[in-house]
Design a protein around this ligand. Structure first.
Ligand code: FAD
Length: 449
């Protein structure tokens, strides 16, 4: 029986294994996972740490038993140490320190990403945390329970930093977020980043932007976070959320080509440059649907899609990954912020001729209770009129994710901004307007020409 070996048991690896079993049961499928938590939703960790999800076990997309029931052989606490493409084997060490070689006919690398360690002194001391794995989550939870900190500092205002600011505040902790960039949530333009800042401040979170943290030191029971612009915070716990980098060392050592930020280079079939070796998820470069080239854009939603393609192809299929748009969404207290496609600067850098127009409108008919302002930024090409991207920020009841997904679907089909007006979107006063906010934003974009 031909053997598909998958390294990594998270979003990409498990999606690959499930798809492989589905399309070609002739393959034996083994997944080696470094930890004991295959197919867990690490995206759910902030909500468990906030106390909104009571049992961490509920974060499992599927149990190990359910995966095995699909015919997948799971080897937990098994770490791949080296790939030998010439021999078609992977050296693996188990939790008891025993090593052995596993033969493969096809190999999928789904080793994911690890947190970036910024150049800050004192990252390796008690009370300083990163958040990536279930084990990271357990360590932070233990510390929060044992020390009951009064204050916390979050370094980095990307989506993980902001979800964790929300989670820590939810536990009654006084939170400061320190961000190097001039505004919160660097995936959005500054005008919308400011809306996010206001929401954090409205909920008692202190926001420091344009500040570089340089050192974390300990003074008795407390930590001192010091940096530029006179930053000096006395705090009880620090979470570092400064982005991720691909975990691609294993692949690179085996001669697999790596590229942007060290991510594995794959084509749209998820093949690497080494025969019979495929890769998917946060460890790979991702083909961008609009740019027509690879970028590094690690997301769980993307890892699932890449995993599905790689699982199919590794067992003989001919699937192609259609490309990312970088569609993403985050909830921060009562606000939801989302984006898809390209921002103005990204489009210009790609040689396009973008124009971005911001509109502010009610998220539903204002006569129905609970209407809030919805902020939309539409980016289109001023020459061709093609839709290039959107950023949307609004109240958590404002269907922000639905609206950004409408734009994502339009982008996927390479529609013009103006064509959004032709789409038959739904309407009822408690949820929208006869012209949906997305269409009003498209009309404002066209008027501004
Ligand atoms: C707190 C948090 C919140 C997030 N929220 C969102 C969200 O809301 N939306 C979204 O789209 N994305 C979100 N993400 C990102 C998302 O979780 C990742 O994009 C996704 O997990 C990537 O999946 P992956 O399988 O590529 O890699 P990973 O999840 O990094 O998994 C890698 C796997 O490989 C294993 N592994 C690594 N090296 C080896 C080895 N040598 N041998 C054996 N096994 C190995 C690991 O044990 C793990 O099983 C979030 C991430 C975090 C940390």
């Amino acid at each position: 029986m031909p053997h598909l070996l998958v390294i990594g048991g998270s979003d990409a690896g498990i999606s690959a294994a499930l798809r492989a079993r589905e399309v070609n049961p002739a393959f034996e499928v083994t997944v080696v996972v470094a930890d004991r938590y295959p197919n867990y939703s690490i995206c759910g960790l902030p909500f468990w740490l906030a106390g909104q999800v009571s049992d961490w076990r509920d974060l499992a997309h599927r149990t190990a038993g359910e995966l095995e029931g699909q015919g997948i052989r799971l080897l937990l606490e098994h770490t791949a140490q080296a790939i030998d493409p010439a021999g078609g084997t992977v050296a693996v060490i188990d939790g008891n320190g025993r090593s052995h070689h596993m033969a493969y006919d096809r190999l999928v690398i789904g080793t994911g990403a690890v947190p970036v360690r910024p150049r800050i002194e004192g990252l390796d001391q008690p009370g300083v945390f990163f958040l990536r794995t279930m084990a990271d989550g357990f360590a932070l939870e233990r510390y929060l329970t044992a020390h009951v900190p009064a204050s916390a500092s979050v370094i980095g205002a990307g989506y993980i930093g902001l979800e964790m600011a929300d989670a820590l505040a939810h536990r009654g902790i006084e939170v400061t977020v320190v961000e190097y960039l001039p505004s919160m949530l660097g995936t959005l333009d500054p005008s919308l980043g400011r809306v996010v800042s206001q929401e954090l401040e409205r909920n008692g979170v202190t926001v420091r932007t344009g500040v570089a943290v340089e050192a974390i030191t300990r003074r008795e029971q407390r930590l001192i976070v010091a940096g530029s612009e006179g930053l000096r915070l006395e705090t009880d716990v620090v979470l570092v959320a400064a982005g991720v980098r691909p975990e691609a060392g294993l692949a690179a050592a085996a001669g697999v080509q790596t590229g942007q930020k060290g991510a594995i280079v794959v084509n749209q079939a998820m093949e690497t440059n080494v025969s019979d070796v495929y890769a998917a998820g946060d460890c790979v470069e991702t083909y961008h649907h609009l740019l027509g080239r690879n970028v590094y854009l690690p997301l769980g939603s993307t890892a699932y899609k890449l995993g599905r393609v790689v699982g199919e192809n590794a067992v003989g299929g001919e699937a192609r990954y259609a490309g990312t748009l970088g569609t993403q969404v985050v909830k921060v207290f009562d606000l939801v912020a989302a984006r898809t496609g390209l921002r103005d600067g990204e489009a210009s850098a790609a040689g396009l001729n973008p124009r971005t127009v911001q509109t502010e409108t009610w998220d539903h008919k204002v006569y129905y209770p609970g209407a809030h302002t919805l902020y939309l930024r539409i980016t289109g090409d001023r020459v061709t009129g093609q839709l290039l991207g959107a950023q949307i920020v609004g109240h958590r009841t404002a269907e922000v994710s639905k609206r950004v997904d409408v734009v994502a679907a339009a982008l996927f089909n390479r529609m013009a901004v103006e064509a959004l007006n032709d789409v038959d979107l739904s309407y009822t006063p408690p949820l929208s307007s006869p012209w949906d906010a997305v269409q009003m934003a498209a009309q404002a974009w066209s008027r501004s020409a």
